[in-house]
Design a protein around this ligand. Structure first.
Ligand code: GLU
Ligand code: MG
Length: 439
């Protein structure tokens, strides 16, 4: 009997939000960590449906996909068969320079700008919702112990896998939606925040598969139901001292001026970068009022319908309050690569700091009750209601485009337009089914 070769997969979470890559024998670890594996430019145009969107590269060119050993996940589910061994990496030119469409390098660039412009670094955590496919649990399970118990094996396995992968599993629960669950991990620093988000999704898929189930990270499964959100909890730290800078007990709702400027930038540019954080044809069915997602560009105090939410803090001392204080970006979903979603939010926030913006008005109300004129008079807008609309805003906004290379912007637009073409003939339910198949 031959023994299976131990393989390590190196992947990039690309524009489609999928992790694509290649595997190599584990014994090549040292050399591959340095040299990477060969990669193809046109791969970036493979949509979530495997159709290839218009590509300027055609069949030409070569790149490298170079693993970052710090991201190595090596989880053994079962001695007999199931194990996961993968690393995440950067896509580079053959000389090692970052490729303009490498999502991980795009995030590193955004983090560098945050440090260069504002002297700040990012501590953050992704909160993920997903659904178990074909579980068909009856209604009545929202947040219940019964709903938790129904998937206790999966949830326990997933938490163990996350810990084994070096992440700190935080909480896990039965969410509101049918067969919907939510997993949260502890915050990480810098690029590791998005690495951890990718690892969380992949280990969720792997844990489900190990148990003979399937998990779905589709943005919304049923147009009449709730969506699967990705909420990004962010705290900014002084890069020199490591001290949190978002909390100021003397300001309204304790939002420091720096946090306020960051928030203002995010909300000013949200309509023009939304195509990066809510990037699928069905993402906009989720971003509608009364689904606890985000429909307006508002800064909400403990409001689960705000695009950016001031989260509750429970500690007593000012130091503990400051380190707990965080802002939650809610207008994103799991069709987006965590690297791109986070890069877009950071760039927007830094833009706000660079422009010296003031803390936006903080809302504690249902904005869907206001008519357009009242919204406009207070500086609020209804966010784009379709991907084509969001892509057009992205295409038109020179500031947002300047955060990325021109090559990336053009590639992104044609990738997403290719994806839209693929589902163009389907009705909303058909689109939801198509996305559920691939996420
Ligand atoms: N499912 C909601 C969303 O699409 C979030 C619900 C919650 O507040 O956790 O973002
Ligand atoms: Mg939730």
């Amino acid at each position: 009997m031959i023994e299976q070769e131990k393989l390590i997969f190196v992947g990039t979470s690309d524009i489609s939000g999928k992790v694509r890559g290649k595997a190599f024998p584990a014994q090549q670890f040292e050399q591959r960590a340095h040299r990477g594996v060969g990669w193809t430019p046109t791969n970036v145009q493979i949509t979530c449906f495997d159709a290839i969107a218009e590509s300027p590269f055609g069949a030409l060119g070569d790149l490298l996909l170079v693993p970052d050993p710090d991201t190595h996940v090596d989880v053994i589910f079962d001695d007999q068969s199931a194990s996961e061994s993968f690393m995440l990496g950067d896509v580079t030119l053959l000389d090692g320079t970052p490729w303009s469409c490498c999502t991980r390098s795009i995030l590193k660039q955004a983090l560098k700008r945050l440090n260069d412009v504002a002297g700040l670094s990012l501590k953050a955590a992704f909160e993920h919702e997903f659904q178990v496919k074909d579980a068909h649990r009856p209604l009545g399970d929202a947040y219940t112990l019964g709903g938790f118990r129904a998937e206790a094996d999966l949830l326990g396995t997933l938490m163990a896998a996350l810990n084994a992968a070096g992440l700190t599993a935080d909480t896990i629960m039965k969410e509101y939606g049918v067969d919907q669950y939510e997993v949260t991990i502890a915050p990480e620093m810098g690029v590791r925040v998005a690495d951890a988000a990718v690892i969380t999704r992949e280990l969720t898929y792997a844990s489900a598969l190990y148990l003979g189930e399937q998990a779905s990270f589709t943005p919304i499964r049923d147009p009449a139901g709730v969506g699967n959100g990705v909420h990004i909890h962010m705290s900014l730290l002084d890069s020199q001292t490591g001290e949190p800078v978002m909390y100021d007990g003397d300001q309204p709702h304790e939002v420091s001026q720096k946090a306020g400027a960051f928030a203002a930038g995010v909300l000013k540019y949200l309509e023009s970068f939304l195509a990066l954080t809510a990037p699928s044809a069905i993402s906009y069915a989720r971003l509608t009022p009364h689904r606890w997602s985000a429909a307006y560009n508002n800064f909400g105090f403990r409001d689960r319908e705000a695009a950016l939410r001031i989260c509750p803090v429970t500690d007593q001392s000012p130091e503990a309050l400051a380190s707990q204080f965080n802002l939650e970006f809610r207008a994103s979903d799991p069709a987006a690569s965590p690297y791109l979603a986070l890069a877009a939010v950071i760039h927007a926030g830094v833009q706000g700091i660079e422009e010296g913006m003031k803390t936006p008005d903080i809302t504690e109300e249902d904005l869907s009750l206001l008519d357009e004129a009242s919204l406009a008079s207070r500086g609020f807008i209804r966010l784009p209601q379709s991907l084509p609309e969001a892509l057009a805003r992205f295409e038109e906004n020179k500031t947002v485009r300047s955060w990325f290379s021109e090559e990336f912007c053009e590639i992104y637009l044609s990738h997403k337009r290719g994806e839209l073409e693929f589902v163009a003939s389907l009705d909303e339910a058909g689109k939801c089914a198509a996305y559920e198949n691939v996420y």
